[in-house]
Design a binder for this molecule. Structure first.
Ligand SMILES: NC(=O)c1ccc[n+]([C@@H]2O[C@H](COP(=O)([O-])OP(=O)(O)OC[C@H]3O[C@@H](n4cnc5c(N)ncnc54)[C@H](O)[C@@H]3O)[C@@H](O)[C@H]2O)c1
Length: 351
């Protein structure tokens, strides 16, 4: 079978992390790129020896030589670009969040179903060795029914300072969307993707606008245009009775250098911690407790690259999308619910 031919739209920071995956894939190769910045496009084209370069993404969508579009632009452009690509008959892998709102994801799913093409969200944390090991163990039934989870992704003075992240018009939101989408996607996947029924949450900017607010990335000042939250937290209920507490922040007076990303899962059979990949079990006959360490399932590639390899492999083998859009819809339903709960001051119900 000939290789799938990939066009990358938005050739900035995250697109660079996909390139080793496309290079390693036996099923795909990058042949084109598009970006609103001609300068970024020329630099990227030279670095990766890609000749087809267009500032208008439509040129990639209408190119019958291209099979796959890799959407790597700021988040508010994900839905329009993905829908246009699907409607032009391309398979789409799209960066996280799949889109900032559930309505947009509904429309992406409709476009996918009309086209019969594949749509995958690039949730790279699922492709790490620690995540694969934990998911495989959970799939054996070792945790029993997971009835509660605690997840957080907390940064101390570590906010992005670029407009693509800190201006709502480009990002759709702050850390709730930007990093909440990572830890929430992973938690729901481990929990078996139960359907969320209610969320109570807060999403506030507490530190971003104080005098001298800075990000440790280059000790940059937080730009005054910052118009998103810097902290969010929520309590979520699911249709199977399970519950979740989640906390995210880019700026928090928390005991960490950089980032503290953790998850605790509590099941009827065992508890577990990610990314430690440890299980907490009890023998009810001997009344002993013990901890069990899982072996990581590392595939040899960095996770952003591995997700591209597995996307192309799924297409080549006729398998379903490794990260289905329906699961991203659940994630965005919750994150959008947190923003709505902040506005209303109460619980948001989805049923
Ligand atoms: N999975 C991860 O770990 C991870 C990490 C960082 C960013 N991201 C996601 O990747 C996306 C891009 O982030 P980034 O860090 O690469 O940003 P970036 O600013 O480094 O790159 C974005 C690129 O898109 C271009 N662009 C902007 N609007 C465009 C449009 N309408 N059409 C075509 N090109 C356009 C910009 O010129 C820029 O070159 C965001 O959605 C972000 O949430 C994911």
């Amino acid at each position: 079978m000939s290789k799938l031919r990939v066009g990358v739209v938005g050739v900035g920071g995250i697109a660079r992390t996909h390139m080793p995956g496309w290079a390693a894939s036996e099923h795909a190769e990058v042949v084109a790129g598009s970006d609103v910045s001609q300068e970024a496009l020329n630099r990227w084209g030279q670095e990766h020896d890609v000749k087809k370069l267009h500032t208008d993404p439509e040129a990639l969508f209408s190119d019958s030589d291209i099979d796959v579009i890799d959407v790597c632009t700021p988040s508010t452009y994900h839905a329009p670009l993905s829908i246009a690509a699907l409607e032009a008959g391309k398979h789409v892998i799209c960066e996280k969040p799949l889109a900032p709102t559930p309505d947009e994801i509904h429309r992406m799913i409709e476009a996918r179903d009309r086209s019969g093409k594949m749509l995958m969200t690039a949730q790279h944390f699922r492709f790490q060795g620690s995540s694969k090991a934990m998911k495989a163990e959970i799939d054996t039934g070792a945790l029993g029914d997971i009835y509660h989870a605690r997840s957080w992704m907390l940064r101390r003075a570590a906010a992005p300072t670029g407009g693509g992240f800190i201006l709502k018009e480009h990002s759709g939101g702050g850390p709730c969307i930007d990093i909440g989408v990572h830890i929430l996607d992973l938690t729901l996947w481990f929990m078996g993707n139960p359907e969320p029924v209610a969320v109570t949450g807060v999403a506030r900017a507490e530190l971003a606008h104080r005098e001298g607010a800075f990000s440790q990335w280059g000790r940059n000042a937080i730009p005054p245009q910052f118009d998103v939250e810097d902290f969010a937290a929520a309590f979520v209920r699911f249709d199977n009775g399970a519950t979740l507490v989640i906390e995210v922040s880019w700026l928090l007076h928390h005991d960490t250098q950089g980032e503290d990303m953790q998850m605790w899962l509590y099941g009827t059979g065992a508890g577990a911690h990610w990314p430690k990949c440890e299980l907490y079990e009890s023998n009810y006959e001997t009344r002993q407790q013990y901890n069990r360490q899982l072996k990581l399932m590392y595939d040899g590639l960095e996770a952003h690259a591995q997700e591209c390899v597995e996307f192309a492999q799924a297409l080549a083998e006729g398998q379903p999308s490794p990260v289905p859009a329906e699961q991203s819809l659940q994630v965005l339903k919750i994150l959008d619910g947190i923003y709505r709960s902040q506005q209303s001051g109460g619980e948001i119900r989805f049923d």
